[in-house]
Design a protein. Structure first.
Length: 686
């Protein structure tokens, strides 16, 4: 198994059951093969491009290569597949099991197809969770001869409604009819109930028809006589008086069953290969790239994630939250959150919103909506509140006094990092100007906070654009995916940050190598036992270290601990078992390369002074105790060289530690985001 072009140490056997069948010795034998799951084994990853090669031994290089930045890029496979080989490219979301390389097609089980290009599920008033029946080709085909369009089974429920006596299908923008229109409609009743159909066109003309139900005779059909060349404005079906259970069976327009985009499809636009950002029109499900999901590494309290980390699950007792992946600090992005369960407005609130990454990294409670600068909304039965976190509490203001939202609604979040401003939408309509200000020059992630202790929402479903949006994004806003992010300043992160693992060797001088740079800062932690962390940097010099998890001042390791920074790593010597290289212990070393200087340089039209230099290191750290009294913690990274004065005092030790915590938590947040995205990269099994 290779991940990002590198052979993985993961236990291959643990993943085999989800890749194909359950035992490698059974492959190509006459048993049923399964991809994705079998009894007792289920895959725990996305499948983006599945090749099965029969009769050949290939390498990872047949499927990709490293680019100039050292990043693994998938490449088109141009070889052959053999007798039983196949290629599942999932290009047709309505034919998921299609073999793009031949005819070894697969049968699909429990996977929801993409459906049509437009979402019509919310265009029928009434019908509720049954609306999808009226747009499902596979469902309708059970009751209709798709060659003649005659009904073959009248015991057909369709999209029925028990809450009222009228259902209306009103497609946004209308639907043009070139030649023909057939409407299946009826009443889910064994009694004789006469239901009336009314078709209204945009020219104000109408057509009507009636159907009377009977025992297992619940559905009829009507072929419109005046539809050719017209545009459908609405189609209504009404039961008499106080009767209900009227239904839509489906619509055949110009010889094709009208299908709807499935908002819960299992075929996603989520791929490690970025597409063209200009292809993003705001409809969702359009552009290839890695999309934001809920980040399981940030789950707190009772919240867990599932369904490809697109669903944040909560319980009906206690509290919790989760954050999204892919922080954003510039640009305009849109996403939607829908719900599972029932929103109880009498016992608690469910908060949805955005939070600065630095606030989230430092927040320790389960009420992330109270983190400094967090912006969120929540609702009771008739009012929507807007809330800003203060770090220790919150300030809430009435955001919309005319209506609330509940589990049947979809909340859109438009994040404008450039203005900056956040706008929330209910079912595609702006709720209004948010009552609190979005902080400037911050990096943001989404969050949900289930502040519940009773029957309430049990699932928060995130759509960052990997599926078709239920409501088109506002003009200028894009899906939250890597294809729409700005070009990174550092194309290959491993040239500025990397991590290595090693086993300790007491009293042996050990070179930790393999970094693609000469480290300026190293953070070392024992992975085998609970010991203090060690932080070293080139400003103070080797052997001078801090404990980032303590408020102690600087320590001098002398000839022990980290003894040298090298061109691709550092040297460790730990004869006394100090905590960086002791025998019997395993260690991790995070390392960063800092900017070289803050001297202004120019190359043609590019001048270094136009770039952000706030992370250039200051030699304020060069004093004996690692700080200069009287200066704020932010001066530790202000890039100043030999400026200011003042004597070091022991009282400043805590200040220095705070500066380290603040900076490194931000860096580690970026690392977690990068790691999460890396996990969605292609997995090649040979």
């Amino acid at each position: 198994m290779w991940v990002n072009g590198v052979e993985s140490p993961l236990d291959y056997a643990a993943y085999w059951g989800g890749l194909i069948t359950g035992n490698i010795s059974d492959v190509n034998t006459t048993i049923q093969h399964q991809i994705g799951a079998r009894s007792g084994y289920a895959c725990d990853f996305y499948l983006a491009d599945y090749h099965w090669i029969d009769g050949q031994g290939l390498t990872q290089n047949d499927f990709g290569a490293f680019d100039d930045n050292g990043v693994w890029q998938a490449a088109e496979y141009t070889g052959t597949y053999g007798t039983n080989g196949f290629h599942l490219d999932f290009a047709d979301g309505n034919d998921i099991g299609n073999d793009a390389a031949g005819s070894n097609n697969w049968t699909v089980n429990n996977l929801t197809a993409t459906g049509g290009a437009v979402n019509y599920l919310d265009s029928i008033t009434g019908g509720g969770s049954y609306n999808h029946n009226a747009f499902s080709t596979s469902y309708i085909s059970n009751y209709v001869n798709t060659s003649t369009w005659a009904i073959t089974n009248t015991a057909w429920t369709g999209a029925w409604d028990s809450s009222g006596n009228t259902n209306v299908f009103t497609p946004s923008g209308g639907i043009a009819v070139s030649s023909s229109l057939i409407v299946y409609y009826g009443n889910y009743s064994n009694s004789a109930v006469t239901t009336t159909l009314t078709i209204t066109y945009t020219d104000s003309s109408t057509e009507t028809n009636t159907f009377t139900s009977g025992n297992n005779n619940w559905m009829g059909s009507f072929t419109a006589s005046n539809a050719a060349g017209k545009t459908i404005q609405s189609i209504q079906v009404a039961a008499p008086g106080s009767w209900n259970y009227q239904s839509f069976g489906g619509f055949v327009i110009d010889g094709q069953i009208l299908t709807s985009a499935n908002s819960d499809t299992d075929v996603l636009r989520d791929s490690p290969t970025n597409g063209v950002a200009t292809a993003d029109t705001g409809a969702g499900g359009e552009v290839s790239g890695n999309y934001a999901t809920w980040n399981p590494l940030t789950n707190k309290g009772v919240v867990t994630t599932s369904n490809g980390n697109l669903t944040a699950n909560a319980t009906n007792t206690n509290y919790g939250y989760t954050l999204s992946t892919i922080p954003v600090s510039s640009g305009k992005y849109y996403c939607e959150i829908s719900f599972e369960g029932t929103m109880s407005h009498n016992t608690n609130y469910s908060y949805l919103g955005i939070v600065p990454t630095d606030s989230a990294a430092n927040f320790t409670g389960q009420d992330i909506f109270r983190a400094d600068g967090a912006l969120s909304l929540d609702s009771n039965s008739s009012v929507i509140r807007g809330t800003i976190g203060t770090g220790s509490g919150e300030s809430s203001t009435t955001y919309q006094s005319s209506y609330g939202f509940d589990e049947n609604d979809t909340i859109g979040i438009a994040i404008d990092c450039d203005t900056p401003q956040v706008t929330f939408y209910k079912n595609g309509t702006s709720i209004g100007t948010f009552p609190h200000t979005m902080q400037s020059n911050k990096s943001w992630v989404l969050f949900i906070n289930d502040w519940a202790n009773g029957a309430d929402i049990t699932g928060y479903i995130l759509n960052a654009g990997q599926r078709t949006f239920k409501n088109t994004a506002p003009s200028g806003f894009k899906a939250l995916c890597t294809a729409n992010l700005p070009t990174p300043t550092i194309a290959d992160p491993s040239t500025a940050f990397d991590v290595k693992l090693w086993s300790g060797q007491t009293s042996v001088s050990t070179d930790i190598t393999g970094y693609n740079f000469s480290p300026d800062f190293a953070w070392i932690k024992n992975r085998s036992s609970a010991e203090s962390h060690f932080a070293f940097d080139t400003i103070r010099g080797a052997a001078q270290y801090l404990y980032p998890n303590l408020t102690n001042g600087e320590n001098d390791g002398g000839s022990n601990t980290l003894t040298a920074f090298n061109s691709d790593g550092f040297t460790l010597y730990d004869p006394g078992g100090w905590g960086v290289n002791a025998t019997g212990n395993n260690y991790v070393g995070w390392a960063w390369e800092a900017a070289d200087s803050n001297t202004s340089i120019s190359a043609g039209s590019l001048t270094s002074s136009i770039y952000n230099q706030d992370q250039v290191w200051s030699n304020f750290l060069s004093s004996s105790n690692g700080f200069v009294g009287g200066y704020e913690a932010t001066y530790a990274f202000d890039g100043a060289i030999n400026t200011g004065g003042g004597s070091a005092t022991n009282g400043a030790g805590g200040v220095m530690t705070f500066a380290l915590h603040l900076r490194f938590q931000c860096l580690l947040w970026k690392f977690v985001s990068i790691l999460t995205q890396q996990l969605l990269s292609p997995i090649v099994v040979l």
